[in-house]
Write a protein that binds this ligand. Structure first.
Ligand SMILES: Cc1ncc(COP(=O)(O)O)c(C=O)c1O
Length: 390
């Protein structure tokens, strides 16, 4: 896409308020115009026609599955399930494995609570041991690989860490993990929509990501990828009309789970969010994930330049090119990050206090002037706090 076309598209799709600086896609992203219009149309359709055109809704749902498949390069749409959120998807995986006491799970010490708590919950129930790799050294993948043993059943890590923004080399991990016949689970909520992903190349068995961050959709609808070969190795823990082979034949009393990832969806889908997310993901694919990744990296490098010009600021995120996704976390050497964060918020800068500092997370459409303005306001905020404390 040419830069003129892209700029026009960005202006139309993201008419954010002039004085708002949205650097919080790692938390909750805004919706593009086309997603908003889809929701409006869907609401009106429900009001005027009820569910008369339910078959069209199913077509939209199928289109979303196809688009999600494309986003992560799954081999088949039958490997795509729609779940409520990342945490639910992680729970479906964790509670689907048939555990034996002494089995081990490997996670990292930078995981968001959802990718820690669920594994810890298995300790008391099944005697599962959770091993935690320390990612703070020069070779985070080696730290994960060092935790593997003959008892490891699954490795579950975030592709990009929510606090520091550290991006892991999934290909290296996949090669090592699969050579030992261990399951590989990736919490990709900080990647899907920000960077290209390839579950086949990286030999991932399970991958999950809610739509409300980098995919620019609403909360409460997530992608759950379950590789074909492992689908029937996961025990089912949720049941209903939606996950059976002869769905819709309500008179039939015998049933079997359907031979696809839909077996992990027990009941009625979230059709409202489906209509929105389908449009948001459509926009990402229209631009292309390679271009989106390049644009986001460009934004991060711009922020880096601005921040490095401020002598009090120290960048926490690893700045090596293969370690960067959409997150840049930094702190002041002198001022408490909480105070600085509150000050930024009061200037309409949407960001987050994470990873021991302040997290900025721009998306592909974020105007460069807004990046400069955010850093100017940061400089003023630092001066203000210094004069208060000094
Ligand atoms: C890495 C990571 N995993 C999981 C979650 C939680 O996702 P959900 O609310 O979809 O369960 C977050 C939210 O910030 C996150 O950053």
């Amino acid at each position: 896409m040419t830069s003129n076309t892209l700029n026009a598209l960005c202006r139309t799709e993201f008419p954010l308020e002039q004085d708002l600086i949205h650097l919080n896609h790692a938390a909750v992203g805004p919706w593009p115009m086309r997603a908003v219009n889809a929701v409006k149309r869907f609401a009106e359709e429900n009001m005027y026609q009820g569910s008369q055109n339910y078959l069209n809704w199913l077509k939209t749902e199928n289109q979303l599955r196809l688009r999600l498949r494309q986003l992560i390069n799954a081999a088949s749409v039958n490997e795509i399930a729609l779940s409520k959120n990342t945490s639910e998807a992680l729970s479906i995986v964790a509670y689907g494995i048939r555990w034996q006491s002494g089995d081990e799970v490997v996670i990292s010490n930078q995981e968001f609570p959802s990718n820690r708590i669920v594994w810890e919950s298995l300790q008391a129930k099944f005697g599962v041991i959770v091993k935690v790799a320390d990612l703070s050294n020069d070779d985070p993948e080696a730290a994960i690989i060092d935790c593997l043993s003959s008892r490891t059943r699954i490795v579950s890590v975030s592709s990009v860490q929510y606090g520091t923004g550290l991006k892991l080399d999934l290909n290296r991990l996949g090669n090592e993990i699969k050579s030992r016949d261990i399951l590989f689970c990736v919490d990709a909520i900080q990647s899907v929509g920000a960077t290209p992903l390839d579950v086949q190349r990286d030999q991932i068995d399970f991958l999950m990501a809610d739509g409300h961050k980098w995919m620019l959709g609403p909360e409460g609808l997530a992608l759950l990828y379950v590789k074909k070969e492992v689908q029937d190795r996961l025990e089912l823990n949720q049941y209903g009309w939606h996950m059976v082979k002869d769905r819709g034949n309500f008179d039939r009393h015998d049933w079997e789970p359907v031979d696809s990832a839909v077996r992990f969806e027990c009941g009625s889908p979230n059709m409202l969010a489906t209509h929105a997310l389908n449009e948001s993901v459509g926009l990402l694919l229209e631009i292309g994930m390679d271009q989106i990744e390049t644009l986001i990296k460009g934004k991060i490098r711009k922020l880096q330049e601005h921040l490095q010009a401020l002598k009090d600021i120290e960048i926490i995120t690893n700045l090596e090119d293969n370690r960067l996704a959409g997150i840049l976390t930094f702190r002041s050497r002198q001022i408490d990050s909480r105070l600085l964060f509150e000050e930024l918020q009061s200037h309409n800068i949407l960001c987050a206090a994470r990873g021991g500092g302040i997290r900025f997370s721009p998306h592909f459409y974020t105007p460069d002037e807004k990046l400069a303005a955010a850093c100017e306001k940061l400089a003023t905020a630092c001066e203000k706090q210094k004069s208060i404390s000094g």
